[in-house]
Design a protein around this ligand. Sequence first.
Ligand SMILES: CC(C)(COP(=O)(O)OP(=O)(O)OC[C@H]1O[C@@H](n2cnc3c(N)ncnc32)[C@H](O)[C@@H]1OP(=O)(O)O)[C@@H](O)C(=O)NCCC(=O)NCCS
Length: 158
Amino acid sequence: MSDPQFEIRPARDEDRVPLAILFAAVAEERDGIATEPPVDVEARAAGWTVDATLVAVAGSEVIGMIHVDASRFGFGEIGMATAREWRGRGVGSALLAAAIDWARERGLHKLSLSVFPHNAAAIALYRKFGFVEEGRRRKQFRRSSGELWDAVDMGLLL
Ligand SMILES: CC(C)(COP(=O)(O)OP(=O)(O)OC[C@H]1O[C@@H](n2cnc3c(N)ncnc32)[C@H](O)[C@@H]1OP(=O)(O)O)[C@@H](O)C(=O)NCCC(=O)NCCS
């Protein structure tokens, strides 16, 4: 699972723009994440919560990221993405493992997320780490196409 071609580290200020560009590219796919284009890259970069983000980097390139939005109530909501050309090479697994450690170190008791039901790769990744399905929100997300997509809620007790 570990690949010497990339490493996981906490995000830094200089990662803001690469993170926003990666996020915008994944949004362009209109498939895995809720956000759809257009993404205002500059605004996204400025607003990015760098201290709650881990990045996967290959050389100087940001190829993946995971964000843990820690609530006041002890759970953290995660969002993650791997650059398309890097998928299926263990980047997501390495990011999620690191985020689980990160959350435990900060005393969170749970990680949770919502995922589209057709997102087989993400669901398989979360299951691999012990996340279980906790419910399904019907027709939760209105897409720019007009379609209404369900969302599956998943959680991991730490
Ligand atoms: C979900 C995502 C982050 C996974 O990242 P990744 O770097 O490809 O993950 P990995 O290579 O570590 O693969 C993790 C596991 O996912 C599963 N998996 C990967 N690709 C898969 C696919 N195409 N179909 C089914 N399962 C797949 C496997 O179980 C794999 O584990 P294994 O290699 O030990 O069998 C990536 O597909 C992505 O960025 N998608 C677009 C954004 C997105 O959907 N984010 C999540 C929103 S909830």
